[in-house]
Design a protein around this ligand. Structure first.
Ligand SMILES: [Zn+2]
Ligand SMILES: [Zn+2]
Ligand SMILES: [Zn+2]
Length: 128
């Protein structure tokens, strides 16, 4: 392996430069003003995303989306083996872990062994 390929390209630091918007409260920096604004709601406690089904409010849109699924019953994560659907990916992964593992090879007998294919299934040595 060429050793120069292993080095990261010079002159670019991931921490600075492309993230000019810095949170004055915790110092976290963001590449977009909108990202900073969304983040600052964590500090201000502002929750502009409110559930239309109940009175619960959320500071992040993703949090609201996940919550609304509790009302709508939407289950976007579907098990492709048994068809069961789940609200979150972790639920699906948990379900998949409980299912029996997929058979790695066909059942015994459907594929002849190497010896059978060569006609060597009989014992090689027989006493007279
Ligand atoms: Zn902050
Ligand atoms: Zn709700
Ligand atoms: Zn399943």
């Amino acid at each position: 392996i060429c050793p120069s390929c292993l080095r990261s390209p010079p002159g670019r630091r991931p921490q600075s430069g492309d993230r000019p918007f810095k949170c004055p409260v915790c110092g976290k920096s963001f590449g977009r003003a909108s990202h900073l604004k969304t983040h600052q709601r964590l500090h201000t406690g502002e929750k502009p995303y409110s559930c239309s089904y109940c009175s619960k409010a959320f500071s992040q849109k993703a949090g609201l989306m996940a919550h609304v699924r509790l009302h709508t019953g939407e289950r976007p994560y579907k098990c492709d083996r048994c068809g069961d659907a789940f609200r979150s990916l972790s639920n699906l992964l948990c379900h998949r872990a409980q299912e029996s593992p997929e058979p790695a090879a066909p059942p015994h007998g459907s594929i002849p062994t190497a010896r059978q294919r060569l006609g060597l299934s009989k014992p090689l040595f027989l006493h007279p």
